[in-house]
Design a protein around this ligand. Structure first.
Ligand code: ZN
Length: 373
Protein backbone atom coordinates (compact mmCIF):
# COMPACT_ATOMS: atom_id res chain seq x y z
CA UNK A 1 0.00 0.00 0.00
CA UNK A 2 1.43 3.34 -1.03
CA UNK A 3 0.43 6.81 0.12
CA UNK A 4 -0.79 7.67 -3.36
CA UNK A 5 -3.38 4.88 -3.10
CA UNK A 6 -5.02 6.71 -0.20
CA UNK A 7 -7.73 9.05 -1.47
CA UNK A 8 -7.29 12.67 -0.32
CA UNK A 9 -5.86 13.11 3.22
CA UNK A 10 -3.10 15.44 2.06
CA UNK A 11 -2.50 16.78 5.55
CA UNK A 12 -2.27 13.40 7.28
CA UNK A 13 -0.03 11.98 4.59
CA UNK A 14 2.22 15.04 4.81
CA UNK A 15 2.60 14.60 8.56
CA UNK A 16 3.43 10.92 8.24
CA UNK A 17 6.00 11.51 5.53
CA UNK A 18 7.66 14.18 7.60
CA UNK A 19 7.89 11.89 10.63
CA UNK A 20 9.67 9.17 8.68
CA UNK A 21 11.85 11.52 6.66
CA UNK A 22 13.00 13.23 9.85
CA UNK A 23 13.24 9.95 11.79
CA UNK A 24 10.92 11.27 14.45
CA UNK A 25 8.31 8.58 14.73
CA UNK A 26 6.42 8.51 18.05
CA UNK A 27 5.99 5.15 19.73
CA UNK A 28 2.20 5.37 19.70
CA UNK A 29 -0.03 6.93 17.08
CA UNK A 30 -3.77 7.23 16.73
CA UNK A 31 -5.11 7.37 13.19
CA UNK A 32 -8.61 8.65 13.85
CA UNK A 33 -11.23 9.07 11.15
CA UNK A 34 -14.68 7.99 10.12
CA UNK A 35 -15.27 4.86 8.10
CA UNK A 36 -14.06 5.27 4.56
CA UNK A 37 -11.52 7.96 5.46
CA UNK A 38 -8.71 5.52 4.71
CA UNK A 39 -7.04 5.42 8.12
CA UNK A 40 -6.49 1.65 7.93
CA UNK A 41 -4.82 1.58 4.49
CA UNK A 42 -2.84 4.65 5.60
CA UNK A 43 -1.50 2.67 8.58
CA UNK A 44 -0.30 -0.03 6.17
CA UNK A 45 1.24 2.59 3.86
CA UNK A 46 3.02 4.11 6.86
CA UNK A 47 4.37 0.71 7.94
CA UNK A 48 5.49 0.02 4.40
CA UNK A 49 7.34 3.33 4.31
CA UNK A 50 9.06 2.53 7.60
CA UNK A 51 10.17 -0.92 6.43
CA UNK A 52 11.05 0.01 2.84
CA UNK A 53 14.63 -0.77 1.83
CA UNK A 54 14.76 2.06 -0.73
CA UNK A 55 12.46 4.78 0.56
CA UNK A 56 12.15 8.04 -1.35
CA UNK A 57 11.10 11.39 0.11
CA UNK A 58 7.59 10.59 -1.20
CA UNK A 59 7.31 7.28 0.65
CA UNK A 60 7.99 3.60 0.07
CA UNK A 61 9.47 2.39 -3.23
CA UNK A 62 6.73 -0.20 -3.73
CA UNK A 63 9.01 -2.85 -5.17
CA UNK A 64 11.64 -3.96 -2.65
CA UNK A 65 11.35 -7.19 -0.70
CA UNK A 66 9.98 -5.41 2.40
CA UNK A 67 7.40 -3.48 0.39
CA UNK A 68 6.35 -6.73 -1.11
CA UNK A 69 5.86 -8.37 2.28
CA UNK A 70 4.00 -5.43 3.79
CA UNK A 71 1.70 -5.09 0.80
CA UNK A 72 0.64 -8.72 1.36
CA UNK A 73 0.44 -8.12 5.13
CA UNK A 74 2.99 -10.86 5.74
CA UNK A 75 5.96 -8.86 7.04
CA UNK A 76 7.10 -10.78 10.13
CA UNK A 77 7.48 -7.65 12.27
CA UNK A 78 4.09 -6.23 11.39
CA UNK A 79 1.35 -7.42 13.74
CA UNK A 80 -2.38 -6.91 13.73
CA UNK A 81 -5.09 -6.79 16.33
CA UNK A 82 -8.68 -6.42 15.17
CA UNK A 83 -12.19 -7.16 16.46
CA UNK A 84 -13.37 -10.74 16.29
CA UNK A 85 -16.53 -12.68 17.02
CA UNK A 86 -15.41 -14.96 19.83
CA UNK A 87 -16.19 -18.65 19.52
CA UNK A 88 -14.84 -22.06 20.46
CA UNK A 89 -12.20 -21.85 17.74
CA UNK A 90 -11.59 -18.11 17.68
CA UNK A 91 -9.94 -16.61 20.74
CA UNK A 92 -7.91 -13.76 19.26
CA UNK A 93 -6.94 -12.05 15.99
CA UNK A 94 -4.28 -14.70 15.43
CA UNK A 95 -6.98 -17.24 14.66
CA UNK A 96 -8.38 -15.06 11.87
CA UNK A 97 -5.28 -13.44 10.41
CA UNK A 98 -5.63 -15.29 7.13
CA UNK A 99 -9.23 -14.11 6.71
CA UNK A 100 -8.25 -10.59 7.70
CA UNK A 101 -5.48 -10.47 5.09
CA UNK A 102 -7.85 -11.66 2.40
CA UNK A 103 -10.55 -9.17 3.36
CA UNK A 104 -8.11 -6.28 3.46
CA UNK A 105 -6.37 -7.15 0.21
CA UNK A 106 -9.70 -7.36 -1.52
CA UNK A 107 -11.01 -4.11 -0.06
CA UNK A 108 -8.43 -1.99 1.80
CA UNK A 109 -11.17 0.46 2.81
CA UNK A 110 -13.18 -2.22 4.54
CA UNK A 111 -15.48 -1.24 7.39
CA UNK A 112 -16.15 -3.18 10.54
CA UNK A 113 -19.45 -4.22 8.96
CA UNK A 114 -17.70 -5.47 5.82
CA UNK A 115 -15.30 -7.43 8.01
CA UNK A 116 -18.10 -9.09 9.98
CA UNK A 117 -19.97 -9.84 6.74
CA UNK A 118 -16.85 -11.61 5.49
CA UNK A 119 -16.87 -13.70 8.65
CA UNK A 120 -20.60 -14.36 8.26
CA UNK A 121 -20.90 -12.98 11.78
CA UNK A 122 -23.17 -9.99 11.06
CA UNK A 123 -25.25 -10.56 14.15
CA UNK A 124 -22.41 -11.06 16.58
CA UNK A 125 -20.77 -8.49 18.79
CA UNK A 126 -17.33 -7.37 17.57
CA UNK A 127 -14.88 -7.48 20.43
CA UNK A 128 -11.18 -7.33 21.22
CA UNK A 129 -11.01 -9.62 24.26
CA UNK A 130 -8.42 -9.63 27.02
CA UNK A 131 -6.68 -12.68 25.53
CA UNK A 132 -5.58 -10.34 22.81
CA UNK A 133 -3.50 -8.20 25.18
CA UNK A 134 -1.64 -11.31 26.29
CA UNK A 135 -0.97 -12.09 22.64
CA UNK A 136 0.31 -8.56 22.09
CA UNK A 137 2.71 -8.93 25.00
CA UNK A 138 3.90 -12.27 23.70
CA UNK A 139 4.50 -10.93 20.18
CA UNK A 140 6.37 -7.94 21.49
CA UNK A 141 8.64 -10.10 23.59
CA UNK A 142 10.19 -11.59 20.44
CA UNK A 143 13.08 -9.74 18.93
CA UNK A 144 12.25 -8.32 15.55
CA UNK A 145 13.00 -10.61 12.64
CA UNK A 146 14.39 -8.02 10.34
CA UNK A 147 16.20 -6.01 12.93
CA UNK A 148 14.18 -2.82 12.93
CA UNK A 149 10.86 -1.72 14.37
CA UNK A 150 8.06 -3.96 15.40
CA UNK A 151 4.77 -2.41 14.40
CA UNK A 152 1.50 -3.27 16.05
CA UNK A 153 -1.59 -2.07 14.22
CA UNK A 154 -4.69 -2.15 16.39
CA UNK A 155 -7.76 -1.68 14.23
CA UNK A 156 -10.89 -0.46 16.07
CA UNK A 157 -9.27 -0.26 19.53
CA UNK A 158 -12.59 1.04 20.85
CA UNK A 159 -13.83 -2.55 20.69
CA UNK A 160 -11.47 -3.57 23.49
CA UNK A 161 -13.26 -4.56 26.65
CA UNK A 162 -12.22 -2.78 29.84
CA UNK A 163 -9.75 -5.43 30.89
CA UNK A 164 -8.05 -5.50 27.48
CA UNK A 165 -7.94 -1.71 27.35
CA UNK A 166 -6.29 -1.49 30.75
CA UNK A 167 -3.65 -3.99 29.77
CA UNK A 168 -2.95 -2.07 26.58
CA UNK A 169 -2.66 1.11 28.61
CA UNK A 170 0.02 -0.51 30.77
CA UNK A 171 1.94 -1.44 27.63
CA UNK A 172 1.65 2.08 26.24
CA UNK A 173 2.85 3.51 29.54
CA UNK A 174 6.02 1.48 29.41
CA UNK A 175 6.46 0.86 25.72
CA UNK A 176 8.90 -1.83 24.67
CA UNK A 177 11.83 -0.51 22.67
CA UNK A 178 11.72 -0.25 18.91
CA UNK A 179 7.99 -0.78 18.88
CA UNK A 180 5.40 1.41 17.22
CA UNK A 181 1.72 1.16 18.04
CA UNK A 182 -0.76 2.43 15.50
CA UNK A 183 -4.30 2.62 16.82
CA UNK A 184 -6.73 2.93 13.91
CA UNK A 185 -10.03 4.16 15.26
CA UNK A 186 -13.38 5.19 13.82
CA UNK A 187 -14.75 6.20 17.24
CA UNK A 188 -11.84 7.68 19.18
CA UNK A 189 -14.22 9.30 21.68
CA UNK A 190 -14.90 5.80 23.00
CA UNK A 191 -11.27 5.20 23.95
CA UNK A 192 -10.13 5.51 27.54
CA UNK A 193 -8.94 9.11 28.09
CA UNK A 194 -5.77 7.66 29.57
CA UNK A 195 -5.06 5.81 26.32
CA UNK A 196 -5.86 8.94 24.36
CA UNK A 197 -3.27 10.90 26.30
CA UNK A 198 -0.56 8.37 25.44
CA UNK A 199 -0.87 8.60 21.68
CA UNK A 200 -0.16 11.19 19.03
CA UNK A 201 -3.30 11.73 17.03
CA UNK A 202 -3.33 12.00 13.25
CA UNK A 203 -6.85 12.99 12.16
CA UNK A 204 -8.30 11.68 8.90
CA UNK A 205 -11.26 13.50 7.38
CA UNK A 206 -14.17 12.45 5.19
CA UNK A 207 -13.16 12.61 1.55
CA UNK A 208 -14.50 15.47 -0.54
CA UNK A 209 -16.95 14.85 -3.39
CA UNK A 210 -14.28 15.74 -5.91
CA UNK A 211 -11.69 13.40 -4.38
CA UNK A 212 -14.10 10.48 -4.44
CA UNK A 213 -15.32 11.10 -8.00
CA UNK A 214 -11.78 11.47 -9.32
CA UNK A 215 -10.57 8.34 -7.54
CA UNK A 216 -13.50 6.33 -8.92
CA UNK A 217 -12.81 7.54 -12.45
CA UNK A 218 -9.09 6.73 -12.15
CA UNK A 219 -9.34 3.45 -10.28
CA UNK A 220 -12.54 1.98 -11.71
CA UNK A 221 -12.65 3.60 -15.15
CA UNK A 222 -16.26 4.71 -14.72
CA UNK A 223 -17.63 7.74 -16.55
CA UNK A 224 -18.14 10.99 -14.71
CA UNK A 225 -21.90 10.53 -14.37
CA UNK A 226 -21.57 7.15 -12.65
CA UNK A 227 -18.75 8.52 -10.49
CA UNK A 228 -20.88 11.44 -9.38
CA UNK A 229 -23.98 9.32 -8.68
CA UNK A 230 -21.91 6.92 -6.62
CA UNK A 231 -20.08 9.66 -4.74
CA UNK A 232 -23.40 11.32 -3.95
CA UNK A 233 -24.67 8.17 -2.26
CA UNK A 234 -21.43 7.50 -0.42
CA UNK A 235 -21.41 10.63 1.74
CA UNK A 236 -17.67 11.19 1.93
CA UNK A 237 -16.97 7.49 2.57
CA UNK A 238 -14.68 6.18 -0.15
CA UNK A 239 -15.03 2.58 1.07
CA UNK A 240 -18.79 2.84 0.69
CA UNK A 241 -18.37 4.32 -2.81
CA UNK A 242 -16.23 1.35 -3.84
CA UNK A 243 -18.72 -1.11 -2.36
CA UNK A 244 -21.56 0.59 -4.20
CA UNK A 245 -19.69 0.31 -7.47
CA UNK A 246 -18.45 -3.23 -7.09
CA UNK A 247 -21.68 -4.67 -5.72
CA UNK A 248 -23.77 -3.00 -8.37
CA UNK A 249 -24.09 -4.35 -11.84
CA UNK A 250 -23.67 -1.49 -14.26
CA UNK A 251 -27.13 -1.87 -15.68
CA UNK A 252 -28.73 -0.64 -12.50
CA UNK A 253 -29.43 3.00 -12.97
CA UNK A 254 -30.63 4.96 -10.02
CA UNK A 255 -32.11 7.56 -12.29
CA UNK A 256 -34.17 5.15 -14.39
CA UNK A 257 -35.59 3.48 -11.34
CA UNK A 258 -36.45 6.73 -9.65
CA UNK A 259 -38.02 8.08 -12.83
CA UNK A 260 -40.27 5.03 -13.12
CA UNK A 261 -41.28 5.40 -9.50
CA UNK A 262 -42.16 9.05 -9.97
CA UNK A 263 -44.14 8.39 -13.12
CA UNK A 264 -46.26 5.97 -11.11
CA UNK A 265 -46.60 8.47 -8.33
CA UNK A 266 -47.71 11.18 -10.73
CA UNK A 267 -50.26 9.09 -12.50
CA UNK A 268 -51.14 6.03 -10.51
CA UNK A 269 -51.53 2.85 -12.55
CA UNK A 270 -52.17 -0.20 -10.42
CA UNK A 271 -50.71 -2.81 -12.78
CA UNK A 272 -47.55 -0.85 -13.45
CA UNK A 273 -47.19 -0.11 -9.76
CA UNK A 274 -47.39 -3.79 -8.90
CA UNK A 275 -44.79 -4.57 -11.52
CA UNK A 276 -42.42 -1.89 -10.19
CA UNK A 277 -42.95 -3.14 -6.64
CA UNK A 278 -42.24 -6.75 -7.64
CA UNK A 279 -39.01 -5.75 -9.31
CA UNK A 280 -37.85 -3.59 -6.45
CA UNK A 281 -38.88 -5.93 -3.66
CA UNK A 282 -36.15 -8.37 -4.66
CA UNK A 283 -33.15 -6.08 -5.26
CA UNK A 284 -31.94 -6.40 -1.66
CA UNK A 285 -31.91 -4.10 1.28
CA UNK A 286 -28.78 -2.16 0.33
CA UNK A 287 -30.13 -1.16 -3.07
CA UNK A 288 -33.49 -0.31 -1.57
CA UNK A 289 -31.75 2.02 0.86
CA UNK A 290 -29.87 3.58 -2.05
CA UNK A 291 -33.19 4.24 -3.80
CA UNK A 292 -34.33 6.32 -0.84
CA UNK A 293 -31.01 8.15 -0.61
CA UNK A 294 -31.17 8.94 -4.28
CA UNK A 295 -34.72 10.24 -3.93
CA UNK A 296 -33.67 12.52 -1.08
CA UNK A 297 -30.90 13.96 -3.25
CA UNK A 298 -33.34 14.63 -6.09
CA UNK A 299 -35.80 16.36 -3.75
CA UNK A 300 -33.04 18.53 -2.36
CA UNK A 301 -31.84 19.50 -5.82
CA UNK A 302 -35.40 20.19 -6.96
CA UNK A 303 -35.90 22.63 -4.13
CA UNK A 304 -32.58 24.28 -4.92
CA UNK A 305 -33.55 24.47 -8.59
CA UNK A 306 -36.89 26.09 -7.80
CA UNK A 307 -36.10 28.47 -4.99
CA UNK A 308 -32.37 28.61 -4.46
CA UNK A 309 -29.28 28.94 -6.53
CA UNK A 310 -29.40 26.85 -9.70
CA UNK A 311 -25.60 26.64 -9.59
CA UNK A 312 -25.84 24.58 -6.42
CA UNK A 313 -27.75 21.83 -8.19
CA UNK A 314 -25.49 18.78 -8.17
CA UNK A 315 -27.21 16.65 -10.77
CA UNK A 316 -25.82 16.92 -14.27
CA UNK A 317 -26.19 15.39 -17.73
CA UNK A 318 -29.25 13.23 -18.17
CA UNK A 319 -30.22 13.70 -14.56
CA UNK A 320 -30.32 17.46 -14.96
CA UNK A 321 -32.69 17.13 -17.90
CA UNK A 322 -34.94 15.01 -15.72
CA UNK A 323 -34.68 17.53 -12.90
CA UNK A 324 -35.79 20.41 -15.11
CA UNK A 325 -39.04 18.57 -15.77
CA UNK A 326 -39.44 17.12 -12.31
CA UNK A 327 -38.52 20.07 -10.08
CA UNK A 328 -41.84 21.98 -10.55
CA UNK A 329 -43.62 19.14 -8.74
CA UNK A 330 -41.58 19.74 -5.59
CA UNK A 331 -43.01 22.67 -3.69
CA UNK A 332 -42.83 24.24 -0.27
CA UNK A 333 -46.06 22.38 0.51
CA UNK A 334 -44.83 18.84 -0.12
CA UNK A 335 -41.04 18.99 0.25
CA UNK A 336 -40.78 18.41 3.96
CA UNK A 337 -43.33 15.60 4.05
CA UNK A 338 -41.70 13.83 1.13
CA UNK A 339 -38.30 14.04 2.80
CA UNK A 340 -39.79 12.69 5.98
CA UNK A 341 -41.47 9.82 4.12
CA UNK A 342 -38.26 8.83 2.35
CA UNK A 343 -36.24 9.07 5.54
CA UNK A 344 -38.75 6.98 7.45
CA UNK A 345 -38.87 4.33 4.77
CA UNK A 346 -35.07 4.14 4.70
CA UNK A 347 -35.23 3.48 8.43
CA UNK A 348 -37.99 0.85 8.09
CA UNK A 349 -36.10 -1.00 5.35
CA UNK A 350 -33.02 -1.05 7.52
CA UNK A 351 -35.13 -2.72 10.18
CA UNK A 352 -36.44 -5.39 7.83
CA UNK A 353 -39.85 -4.00 6.93
CA UNK A 354 -41.73 -5.86 4.20
CA UNK A 355 -40.67 -4.01 1.03
CA UNK A 356 -43.85 -4.79 -0.93
CA UNK A 357 -46.17 -3.22 1.62
CA UNK A 358 -43.78 -0.36 2.18
CA UNK A 359 -43.39 0.49 -1.51
CA UNK A 360 -47.13 0.32 -2.17
CA UNK A 361 -47.80 2.73 0.69
CA UNK A 362 -45.05 4.98 -0.52
CA UNK A 363 -46.37 5.16 -4.08
CA UNK A 364 -49.84 6.06 -2.82
CA UNK A 365 -48.54 8.60 -0.36
CA UNK A 366 -46.21 10.19 -2.93
CA UNK A 367 -49.06 10.29 -5.42
CA UNK A 368 -51.09 12.30 -2.94
CA UNK A 369 -48.21 14.64 -2.07
CA UNK A 370 -46.94 15.25 -5.55
CA UNK A 371 -50.40 16.21 -6.81
CA UNK A 372 -50.95 18.59 -3.90
CA UNK A 373 -51.84 21.98 -5.26
ZN1 ZN B 1 10.37 -0.58 -0.77
Amino acid sequence: MLYEQIVGQTEAKGRLLKMVNESRVPHALLFSGKEGSGNLPAAIAFAQHLYCKNPTPQGACGSCISCNKVSKLIHPDLHFVFPIAKSKDVKSSNDLIKEFREAFLQHPYLSLNDWFNELSAENKQPIIPVEESNDVLRKLSYTSYEGSYKIMIIWQPEKMNAEAANKLLKILEEPPEQTIFILVSTQPDQLLPTIFSRVQQIPFYSCTEKEISEALITNYKVNSEVARQTEMLANGNYGEAVSLLTHNDDSVSFLNNFQSFMRLALKFDCNKALQWIDENAVIGREKQKQFFQYGLEVFRDSLMYNYGDKNLVRLSGQEKLFLEKFAPFITRKNYEILVEEFNNNYYYIERNANPKILFMNLILKTNELINLK
